[in-house]
Ligand binder design. Sequence first.
Ligand SMILES: Cc1cc2nc3c(=O)[nH]c(=O)nc-3n(C[C@H](O)[C@H](O)[C@H](O)COP(=O)(O)OP(=O)(O)OC[C@H]3O[C@@H](n4cnc5c(N)ncnc54)[C@H](O)[C@@H]3O)c2cc1C
Length: 449
Amino acid sequence: MKDSTMTTNELYDVIGIGLGPFNLGLAALLDPVAEVKSVFLEKKKAFNWHPGMLIEGTTLQVPFFADLVSMADVRSDYSFLRYLEAHNRLYHFYFLEKFHIPRKEYNHYCQWVSEQLNTCRFGMEVQKVVPVSLGSGDNVYEVTVWNDELQQTETLFTKHLILGIGSVPSVPEAFQSMLGKNVFHSADYVSKRGVCAEAESVAVIGSGQSAAEVFLDVAKEQEKHEFSLQWYTRSKGFFPMEYSKLGLEYFSPDYTRFFYQLPQEKKDRLLKEQDLLYKGISSDTIAEIYDLLYERTVGCDEPDIELQAMTEIVGIERNGKGFELHGYHRIKEEHFVDQAEVIILGTGYKPAFPGFLSEMKKSIAWDENGRYKVKEDYRLETYVEGEGDIFIQNGEMHTHGVGAPDLGLGAHRNAIIINTIAGRDVYPVQTKNVFQTFGTKTASVPVPF
Ligand SMILES: Cc1cc2nc3c(=O)[nH]c(=O)nc-3n(C[C@H](O)[C@H](O)[C@H](O)COP(=O)(O)OP(=O)(O)OC[C@H]3O[C@@H](n4cnc5c(N)ncnc54)[C@H](O)[C@@H]3O)c2cc1C
């Protein structure tokens, strides 16, 4: 470990890397905590929440209480209700009578919060993080950042790091060489969807919420421009995501606590069985798609639309103006070939190891599957000596369960992180939040017979 060349005014208590909703919520909740000196660094020029999927008419999949702060502090200046008040929209929202706000409005709300926090710095890409010694046995992290406006690097130092870099689009290996103007991931949909209007055939692949929203939007476009539309998924059906009230309790601090205590093999098995808790389609979107199909078939009209589940697209090959899709029906065990000029991959997102930590790979503890080992309070297990810690946001599904990417749990996770860093209960954490019991009610007893 190298020695530090730091001066004290460059030392922060907390540097947050990435400004998605989770680190932005942390910045907002840290704002009134004067004893913690923090800065949050984001490579984009301004806050922008999944801009490629800001499709007109789409909404958050969680109630507006899942804003940046309310579930930890309803009195915060940065709540969604305070945002409505500041924009003179309280009565509009009151008469709207909806819990699920437009995605566009959630983005605007987050932008409003980010513009008020002088701890949020945009156009700042973190390039490298290394631990450096202060000489006294203590360490801090040296963070090298590319300042896009000044076109130069800056060096900052911090006791704690908070990784809030989200996940990256997942594209199956077999399709990667095809990516371009006409084959793209749903994360790029809004900027690239124009190509559908010029095509004769469009295929959407996948059956998560993003794939369904893209399919619906393309189907609406098809009313104006004639092209054939196919929707394929290897899943057993176009199934809804769990949204019953008792099912939602799995996205609670209580379930997270229960899950955390389980042995890792059990966690891995459970997660595989819980796909539909977080991977399906919202029933509202399914209903909208169905209604559109019903309307379009009135009078025995036959729109050129096909939906096919249980069907995996195993390969894509260029073919003249368009592409050949090589499909495999997983139940009939049959192969087939189809054509499309535009292919949109709603194939989800995956965690990615951040390049800026490359020099620290050996200082981080990994489990046998190459994933971070994460403590209950979201600190990574590391071999770095001294007090400084690295916390993770939304990279701990394997240790903390299905709620890791859920916006409704962000403020709760941030309350725990802040309390750990401050060494006091800045934000009280509620314990009994659900009606059901996830573990056993009393301490376990030996098997009676
Ligand atoms: C389209 C879509 C809709 C979703 N809707 C919902 C929903 O309704 N409800 C729900 O509960 N969940 C939803 N999710 C899931 C999830 O909670 C969100 O994706 C959320 O944005 C995750 O927040 P985050 O802070 O972890 O990361 P992100 O929002 O992905 O933000 C990470 C940020 O880190 C920045 N970054 C990365 N590397 C660096 C670096 N080296 N230096 C500086 N900055 C860096 C990136 O530019 C990015 O801005 C949705 C996901 C998607 C994709």
